[in-house]
Design a binder for this molecule. Structure first.
Ligand code: NMX
Ligand code: MLT
Length: 437
């Protein structure tokens, strides 16, 4: 059985060749134009980044190396005894473009579990932080601190050559992904359950099996399976989303993967991006409190209008690229349908009812280009139902997941020798001059 590194070694030369050819034969080809609206509008729609592992279609959603979510659910190996694809099999696909065998996926699980414990100084650092510090800030700090042991940084200081960059980057990326469950679970324990002891990494479990176990939910196989699906699905969403883009930008300076991904986590921690999943639960609970037991179509509609009239966004709705319901939302909703206890859950029912009503309200409101739910509209309610109720923690789980895609691209950026990212900016005066010319 070929290892992940051996598989990558095999696929890299063809990709390097493809890049060389693109540069040699098509450097001057035009694939779009830059309008003033792109510059003023957060670069929305601008075709300006190379990103290998996934491409987002506005109507049909994400494809990982050409595969839809249902395709992945069909072919990516689950954990022993489980049904949902594992984080490891998604990582393998993202990195190599190939579907791993169950053996390869389990080998990767074993490799990650082997590297999964945190260095002592990081546990000390995390334990010293106030419980009131947001879990995402703690996660970003812990990830940044792990760069103490960066192999890439040490090798760069020694003076390695460019073709060697990717191997050290890969080593750092795998080390980081391996340690994220212990780090994220420690933050959860410290902030919400300081009385609990923490499980150590079990060498026989997959990454998410370990994460669930360390969070204290190891006995709940349904929640563990949900987390597997959640973490695989949130892994990558092409390159332009704020967190992935941040990792790419920072990584392009040859910052090591730890500090590059730490920066990405702070982009994820904004309410227009990953923090929306925390906001959705907070908002749905406030809705439930206001409506009480009398949950009707009209009451939900009124609450949606109240939110919009107060000038706030409806969290979990809209998207920078998507123009249809997010297929990740659909896949997580399908998970709810397979289990009677989830279908009977009041919070899950409320999320479902809201998703039926909100698009029409948002269309009538007339501002958002996409009135449909994104993944954050539903990702938290299953966690809540199964007892992971501390929604300020939810973005941390997204942060554990997004490492799969953002770090994959760091490996590819180094393997392809991609340059420092440095777009051109203009002041309004300079832009006006440019328009006149
Ligand atoms: N509720 C109310 N207004 C909205 C919403 C919404 N859910 N979505 C967009 N709008 C408004 C938006 O604020 C903007 O208003 P204005 O012209 O006054 O600035 C207008 O509609 C046009 O925005 P769009 O071009 O449709 O959206 P954009 O690409 O700028 O932003 C989001 C995309 C996702 C930031 C935006 O839809 C939003 O704020 N959604 C709510 C927060 C959310 O769910 N974020 C999670 C995204 C997914 N993720 O995990 O990262
Ligand atoms: C994501 O998963 O990163 C979000 O859906 C936001 C995006 O793609 O812009």
């Amino acid at each position: 059985t070929k290892s992940l590194k051996e598989t990558l070694q095999e696929v890299i030369p063809a990709k390097q060749e493809q890049l060389k050819k693109l540069k040699a034969e098509h450097s001057q080809a035009v694939v779009g134009e830059v309008k003033v609206e792109n510059i003023l509008g957060g670069m929305r729609g601008l075709k300006a980044m190379l990103w290998e592992a996934s491409v987002l279609d506005p109507n049909e959603g994400i494809r990982f190396h050409g595969m839809t979510i249902p395709d992945c659910q069909q072919v990516l190996p689950p954990a022993p005894g489980g049904k949902e694809m594992t984080a490891e099999s998604m990582l393998w696909l993202l990195l190599t473009g190939k579907v791993p065998t169950p053996d390869q996926s389990h080998q990767l699980s074993a490799e990650l579990a082997e590297k999964g414990e945190l260095p002592h100084f990081v546990t000390q650092l995390i334990d010293s932080l106030p419980k009131t510090l947001h879990p995402m800030t703690q996660l970003g700090m812990g990830v940044a601190a792990l760069n103490h042991d960066s192999k890439f940084q040490a090798a760069y200081e020694r003076g390695i050559k460019k073709p060697e960059y990717w191997t050290y980057t890969l080593e750092d990326c795998l080390n980081l992904i391996a340690k994220l469950p212990a780090l994220a679970a420690r933050i959860y324990r410290n902030v919400y359950h300081p009385e609990r002891s923490l499980e150590s990494v079990d060498k026989n479990l997959d990454l998410v099996g370990n994460y669930s176990n360390m969070l204290g939910f190891g006995q709940n196989e349904h929640l563990t399976e949900y987390l597997r699906l959640y973490i695989a699905l949130h892994g990558d969403h092409e390159g332009g989303n704020a967190s992935a883009h941040t990792a790419h930008l920072v990584g392009s300076t040859l910052s090591d993967p730890y500090i590059s991904y730490s920066a990405a986590l702070f982009a994820l921690a904004g309410p227009l991006h990953g923090l929306a999943n925390q906001e959705v639960l907070r908002w749905q609970m406030a809705m439930q409190k206001e409506i009480g037991d009398n949950i009707t179509h009209e009451n939900i509609k009124d609450y949606l209008w109240k939110t919009l009239r107060s000038g706030q966004v409806v969290p979990g709705y809209g998207h920078g690229v998507l123009r249809n319901p997010d297929p990740r939302f659909v896949a997580l909703q399908e998970f709810c349908k397979t289990r009677p206890e989830l279908q009977a859950s009041p919070i899950i029912q409320l999320v479902q009812q809201t998703a039926e009503i909100a698009p029409d309200v948002l269309k009538e409101h007339g501002k958002t280009k996409n009135p449909y739910p994104n993944v954050d509209a539903t990702s938290g309610c299953v966690l809540y139902h199964y007892g992971l109720t501390e929604f300020k923690y939810y973005t941390v789980i997204f942060g554990v997941s997004r490492a799969l895609g953002a770090l994959t691209q760091l490996v590819w950026a180094r393997a392809l020798g991609l340059p420092l990212e440095r777009p051109k900016s203009y002041s309004m005066d300079a832009l006006q001059k440019l328009i006149k010319n």
